[in-house]
Design a protein around this ligand. Structure first.
Ligand SMILES: [Zn+2]
Ligand SMILES: [Zn+2]
Length: 60
């Protein structure tokens, strides 16, 4: 097997494994880091005692 194919396969496998991290919303990431989300739309929603629906669409 040539090395380029091996690297491509490894990168592809990593991309699949990393996908759940990309599925996290900005607010979930901020929460995981112990912070409040800094997005203006989210800050506004938090002030109203809600979560931003734009960034946190209801899960199906
Ligand atoms: Zn957010
Ligand atoms: Zn938002």
């Amino acid at each position: 097997m040539n090395i380029t194919k091996l690297i491509t396969a490894a990168a592809f496998a990593f991309a699949i494994l990393a996908t759940p991290a990309f599925a996290e919303t900005c607010c979930e990431k901020a929460k995981a880091a112990g912070k409040d989300c800094a997005h203006p739309c989210c800050v506004k929603a938090v002030k109203d005692g809600k979560v931003c629906e734009k960034c946190n669409p209801p899960k199906k």
